[in-house]
Write a new protein. Sequence first.
Length: 332
Amino acid sequence: MSEIRIPEGMPQLKSDRAFDPEKDLQLEQPERVWELKDFGYTQQQQDKAPFTIAVTTPFRLLSDKGVETLREIIAELAAFRRQSERMANYIRGSLYYSEFLRGFCALEEVNDFISKLSGRTVRPHPMTLYQGHINLKPEDPSKEVDRWHTDTVLLDYVLMVTDPKSFKGGHFEYFQSTKAEAIRSLIKEDGLPNVVKVEFPKAGYALLQQGNKVVHRANRVEAGNERTTLVQSFVPRDANYIDVSKLNDCKKVDPPEYLFTEWARYKSLLAAEKLQQLTASLPYTTDKGEISHQLRAAIRDVEEAIFELNDPSEGALVHFSDDPLTGLLPEG
C-alpha cells in the first residue's frame, strides 16, 4: 500500500505546499544510539524484538524553513483536533489534508536515514492514520500531553515543532529500563528511577525510539502557549515481523469511517506480502500439515482483522498512569 488514499471531501489547506527536500530537510546524525541491551533487556528479549535500537539522542531532521511551513500547516489542522483519556489534545490523519506532510513522511531519504539508525530497512507505517500524528498542548493545564505508555507501533520518531525555549515543562521523558521494570517503578511510586528528560536543542530536532519497548510520556506544560510534536511511525519493509498494532487501541482515537477501512487495507497488505513470499519459497513436499501451517501463518493477519472488526467493544487506549495495574503488563 504505497499510495495513500484520501477520503472524499477532505479540505485543502491554505498554507499547504509540496515538500521540498532542498529547502525543508536537514538531516544530521544523533550523538548516540541507545540499544535494548543498554536498557536491561536480556539477549533472548533482544532476539525477539524487530530492532536492536531503544532510543537515540535528538538529531536534526527539518530545516528552519521546513519547521516554519509545518507550523503553519499544523495551525490550520488544529481545527480537527481531538481529545482522549491518554492524549489530551491531538490530530490524526494529518496526511489526508496536507501534500507537504505526505511528501515529508514518504521521503526515501528519510526512510533510508531511519533504516540506518534502526539497523533494519523500514518503510512508513502502511496505515495513514499512524503517520504524521500530532500532539498539541493540552487545553487543560493540569493534564499531561501524553501519559506513560508504550506505543502500538514498532518504531517512531518524535519531532519537536515548537521552539523548546518558548515553553516550560512538557518534556519528553522515558525510562531507561525494560517495560516490566518501568511499570514496577510506576506501581511502587518509589522515586521513578532511570527517567530521562530529553532536551531538544531547537524546533526541527527529533529522536527515534522503538516505542513498543520504551515506556515514555510527554509531561505537563507548566508555562507557554504552545508545545507541538509530530510523530511518524515505521515498520520493517519486509512483512516478517509480529505486528503489535491493535484495532482496540485505535477505536478510542480514530474516526471509525476511516479507521476500519485503513485497518482492513493494512492487514490485507501484510497477508498479500506473506502469501507472495510463500509462493516463492514453499518447498515441494507431501507434508500437508506443514503446508497448511504455512498457509495459516500467511493469512493470520486477515483472520485477526476480521475478528477485531467484529468485536463490539468500544476499545481501550492502554497507558500506565494513575493505576498501572489497569494496563496490560508486558513480558519485559
